[in-house]
Write a protein that binds this ligand. Structure first.
Ligand code: ADP
Length: 209
């Protein structure tokens, strides 16, 4: 098996600041493996999974542009465990393969694997280190309400089905407090970046021993 780079999993609730933080890491030339982008990619139009899903649920889950309406699909599987298992059985192996491929082909000393549902999907064991982005719920509600232009009540519903902050923090090796200014968050990332470079080097040295 190919030697995987050092993998830092970055997780946090909706609106905690994962995208903001991954943008900062990428400024330090760190490769980002984005699990949301991968989840969209495996169901892109004409893909094998896309066709299978449409065959099962019909055209009502295709948008006018021919894309999969992932929110409609989420509604179906939210109400029915059997359908959730069916869909996960198709998507999880594809997502895993694509994730591994991207991780293996990465050229940066370590990679940031942005994975909102790390804890919910019990994927902690796939990371060398777990970085949790933390904000309080009031900030989370306000930032998502503004970013997505959706009612606060809708954000509350999403938060309610995600892991709680304490469940996430239980698994955290490192925590970024993203309740302050972007400048403050930048400084926290810069410090962690140096730390991760060292950890990545230790892993590399061990591999070549
Ligand atoms: P996530 O990717 O975890 O859902 P985002 O990175 O998109 O969260 O952040 C949510 C919103 O909050 C975005 O509009 C982002 O610009 C804003 N934001 C993130 N961090 C800060 C911060 N430290 N101060 C002010 N706004 C922030």
């Amino acid at each position: 098996m190919k030697n995987l780079p050092y993998i830092v999993a970055c997780t946090g609730g909706i609106g905690s600041g994962k995208s903001t933080i991954s943008n900062i890491f990428s400024k330090f030339n760190i490769n980002i493996v984005d699990s949301d982008a991968i989840a969209r990619e495996v169901v892109k139009p004409k893909s094998h999974a896309f066709k299978k899903i449409i065959r099962r649920y019909g055209n009502s889950i295709i948008s006018e542009q021919g894309m999969l309406l992932r929110s409609n699909l989420r509604q179906i599987i939210f109400q029915d465990n059997k359908e959730r298992f069916w869909l996960n059985n198709i998507l999880h192996p594809l997502i895993n393969i694509k994730t591994k491929k991207l991780q293996e082909s990465s050229k940066s000393p370590y990679i940031l694997w942005v994975i909102p549902l790390l804890i919910e999907n019990k994927l902690q064991y796939q990371a060398d280190r777990i970085l949790v982005v933390n904000v309080n719920e009031a900030i989370q509600l306000k930032r998502v309400h503004i970013r997505d232009n959706v009612p606060i009540s809708q954000v509350e519903k999403i938060i309610a089905i995600q892991a709680t902050a304490s469940q996430r923090l239980f698994f955290a090796d490192d925590i970024i407090n993203n309740m302050g200014t972007i400048e403050n968050t930048f400084l926290q990332v810069a410090k962690l970046h140096q730390f991760y470079l060292n950890l990545a080097k230790i892993k590399q040295d061990k591999y070549h021993e």
